[in-house]
Design a protein. Sequence first.
Length: 141
Amino acid sequence: MEYGINEILKILPHKYPFLMVDKIIDGEEGKWALGIKNLTINEEFFHGHFQGRPIMPAVLILEAMAQTGAIAILAKEPKKLAVFTSLKNAKFKKMLVPGDRLEIKTEMIDKKLNVGFAKSQVKVDGKLAATAEFSFAIIDK
């Protein structure tokens, strides 16, 4: 499974500046996805988050994880939306800064009716930067 930005825009309702995935480089529809987010100093959030020492806000790291999972699950359900409903075991091990290339792998753990459960990790240069588990509701657009 590979998607460029134009395919991602068809799947997710998010648009700039809230789109946190640049492309999907691997995955299996409905099961998992490996996404890429390239951080540049031009990201809107760097202009106000720790000026002089820009880092990506933790909440946006979580959003990137969730969007990667939403792409995996919604690729098979194009008339649906995935809405973040819970979060647990989030851990941040490295500050993410301009110039980093985030590799975001999100795997679906389970899906029951209209609720999905996932686990995700973010790596930079092969080193673990963040992990989390979350759930989401799958609703009609």
